[in-house]
Design a binder for this molecule. Sequence first.
Ligand code: P53
Length: 479
Amino acid sequence: MSAELQLPKGFLWGGAVAAHQVEGGWDQGGKGVSIADVMTGGSHGVDRVITDGVQPGHFYPNHKGVEFYSHYKQDVALFAEMGFKCFRTSIAWTRIFPNGDEQQPNEAGLQFYDDLFDELLKYGIEPVITLSHFEMPYHLVKEYGGWHNRKVVDFFVRFSEVVLNRYKSKVKYWMTFNEINNQRNWQYPLFGYCCSGVIFTEHEKPEQAMYQVMHHQFVASAKVVKLGHDINPDFQIGCMIAMVPVYPFSCHPDDVVLAQESMHQRYVFSDVQMRGYYPAYTLKEWARKGYDIQMEADDAETLRQGCADYVGFSYYMSNAVKTDASGVDDPITGFEGVVKNPHVKASDWGWQIDPVGLRYAMNELYERYQKPLFIVENGFGAIDKPNASGVIEDDYRIDYLRAHIEEMKKAVAYDGVELMGYTPWGCLDCVSFTTGQYDKRYGFIHVNKNDDGSGDFSRGKKKSFSWYQQVIASNGENL
Ligand code: P53
């Protein structure tokens, strides 16, 4: 590899998961019921069902996750063996405030994360912590209507203040809301539900309800950023979006503008969190559609004072749109006019594989905000089958990650993008978010638990484990 393609020293190599997808122990240590605890298992093409509370007779995969709650020491030792410099996970709000509206936090929950962070720091691994990753207290959904209710802003700020204070000397890197722009797809219940505990199609004006929720989360995020900087000026607090670049299907100007409009619908989420004010295209859209978004007098000032420090983002795929394909509705983005891109392949779940799109995405984001980026998710969900000697030879995963790392390096070394780190998703096999499957795997570390119910949660190393170990050891030179 040529010297000019080197990544900076101190680059944060690591891996990412979320509390609800790995921890399990859903009713341990005083934890309350979260929205992830009322989502059943599905599969590709079979939607997860959101039930009215935890009901008998259903399978809820997040209740056990992959038992990280009881296995974390073993898992952290494996991360250390791979050479991780950082580890991204989230704090389950329901471990700290089981219902969300209590005055006092639950000490057993706080202690769990103290222990986890101490274990990471013992090996020199920096925790990278998401405050809200698809797991708000179910009680806040039932009693308050989720993030559509302004009161939830205060509950979230209280929760955040407690954990920012408690872990101020252990955690430096934070993010507020995971993939806050997924709820852009308000047509599909799962996406609104995970981001904000709201099923938008149950509202009279679903899109307006989505924008109301978005505003509440912007205010909450800005308050938390400001509070965090007061608690510890060294904190780096990012926003987090799902970056799915939308390409024009052709160079027809109408396709180009359609792609641009589609991107606006997703960019508003990072625009406000990074810049501190609403973009003109959103204000015009509200006026055109007659949307009335409730705001308080000092919200504008709050947003201005709470700009995030960096752009955290996930990158799995790109998309393409075409004007005369109307009626086509993409399950991930919810956009009209989405068509297959004939120039790229797709995973078994239809996610289009596009490494070059990562370089493109990094340039787009960096030029837009001129702030450091952090790739906090990227990866390849696949069904892994052990070979005759029981080893999982996941060359398809290695190929995917290698191709993306190559493009990431070009964005840094040729284009000058400032990049803090790279944490592939699901470094430890975990419960899939969209389908609730165990069999859709991302890990370097295999977890023996399967959709047919078999498995004892034991851990094993896949071929990609030693590959990634060598990638980190060479700071991305040996791919
Ligand atoms: P699973 C859409 C587009 C890009 C990333 O997903 C997405 C989604 C779905 O929200 O989600 C992220 O497990 C999310 C993780 C999730 C991961 O992608 O369905 O932040 O919680 O597990 C992978 O294959």
